[in-house]
Design a protein around this ligand. Structure first.
Ligand code: NAD
Length: 377
């Protein structure tokens, strides 16, 4: 099957690589020739590195490159069975291109969006045959991250959902099916990892380095929240939080943080700007954490309880199955364990007690324990 990718930026170029590595003739379209050239150059570098590391042969490299057509012409999507859109996150622009693409592709072609924050229902509304819309949400970097969220909109036919899932499964990806709700699984369930860490800092309980130390050393997370926010970019991470918060009709569980906003406003985006929560200028020594085990455990317990509460909520609200919620967090954001499995290990009663204590102490709706967690106890 011929695969079309619209948008040759960070995500589109990575998805094109995955499609081509899996033997598909791939059409990569972007309106900007420079982006196409950049995508072609960076793929050449990535594949050369894979050849050096003996992951693929020199012939594989030539074949993969030969399968991708870089073009500005949408008409080249004509024979595609699946087109995945990965352009700017603006609904009006997506509407225009989806409507245009529908006039070009065959009637059976599946039209997918890689959107992180728009609803699949709203994107699909631009189509005459809106049953063919589906969300196919890859994680960055697409060639490396195993998880792909598959999201049917209310209009999506079951056949389209199953076919989309089958294609992405055949690429060796781990797929999870989830409801068309803000943040899907990962960007919803992961919010407290950032939000509660920022809150703990704002209350003066601990500094960035100590919170990061607690989460990595005691929690086993690959990166602490502040290191990760600096890596993602404070502007990007803040925008995701704000979008989830407003899409949830301002539920206080997702309230963004002034601290992160100020860092973003100041241009302290993180690694990409040389300074974020930490200073990345050459010669700067990173601050030392306070390795107090009692304080560390308190920090870990609090953030983890909030994450577990969110995982329960995703299951409670039928966003996805418990298995898929756990799979999403381990395969999409490298959590050391699925949150529901982790909750069982800690003991549900203990987790509930932590949330009840926070709720009693602060009196904030943000800390209300999920009904499913309560029922499970
Ligand atoms: N960056 C991430 O970490 C990430 C992760 C998952 C999903 N997403 C989603 O993927 C999509 C793309 O994100 P990105 O980070 O790759 O963006 P990007 O800015 O890196 O790339 C977007 C590309 O789309 C092109 N483009 C814009 N309008 C176009 C049009 N009308 N026709 C053709 N090409 C057009 C631009 O020239 C650019 O090359 C967004 O919907 C985003 O929400 C991003």
């Amino acid at each position: 099957m011929k695969i079309g990718i619209l948008g040759a930026g960070t995500m589109g170029s990575g998805i094109a690589q995955v499609a081509a590595q899996n033997g598909h003739e791939t059409i990569l379209v972007d309106m900007n020739q420079e982006m196409l050239n950049k995508a072609e150059d960076s793929l050449d570098k990535v594949l050369s590195r894979l050849v050096e590391k003996d992951k693929i042969s020199a012939d594989d490299k030539i074949n993969i490159q030969g399968r991708i057509t870089y073009t500005k012409d949408l008409e080249d999507f004509r024979q595609c069975g699946l087109v995945i859109e990965a352009i700017v996150e603006k609904l009006e622009v997506k509407h225009q291109v989806f409507s245009k693409m529908e006039s070009i592709v065959s009637k059976d072609c599946i039209l997918a969006s890689n959107t992180s924050s728009l609803s699949i229902a709203s994107i699909g509304s631009a189509l005459k045959n809106s049953e063919r819309i589906v969300g196919i949400h890859f994680f960055n970097p697409a060639p490396l991250m195993p998880l792909v969220e598959i999201i049917p909109g209310v209009q999506t036919s079951n056949n389209v959902l199953l076919s989309a899932k089958k294609i992405i499964d055949s690429w060796g990806k781990t797929t999870v099916v989830c409801k068309d709700t803000p943040g899907f699984i990962v960007n919803r369930v992961a919010r407290p990892f950032y939000g509660e860490a920022l809150r703990i800092y704002e209350e003066g309980i601990a500094d960035f380095a100590t919170i990061d130390w607690a989460m990595t050393e005691l929690g086993g997370f690959r990166m602490g929240p502040f290191t990760l926010m600096d890596y993602i970019g404070n502007d990007v991470n803040y925008a995701v939080t704000e979008s989830v918060f407003s899409a949830f009709y301002f539920d206080p569980r997702f309230k963004p943080s002034f601290t992160q906003r100020r860092y973003s406003e100041a241009g302290f985006y993180g690694r990409k700007s040389g300074r974020g929560f930490y200073n990345y200028a050459e010669g700067t020594v990173l601050p030392e954490p306070n390795r107090d085990p009692i304080l560390g455990q308190k920090i870990l317990d609090r953030i983890l309880a909030m994450l577990i509460n969110e995982a329960f909520d995703a299951v409670f609200m039928q966003v996805a199955s418990p298995e898929d919620v756990d799979k999403a967090m381990t395969k999409g954001v490298n959590y050391p364990k699925g949150l529901l499995e982790w909750a069982e290990e800690i003991g549900l009663e203990k987790v509930l007690k932590q949330l009840e204590d926070l709720f009693a102490e602060y009196g904030e709706d943000r800390y209300r324990p999920n009904a499913l967690l309560k029922r499970s106890v």
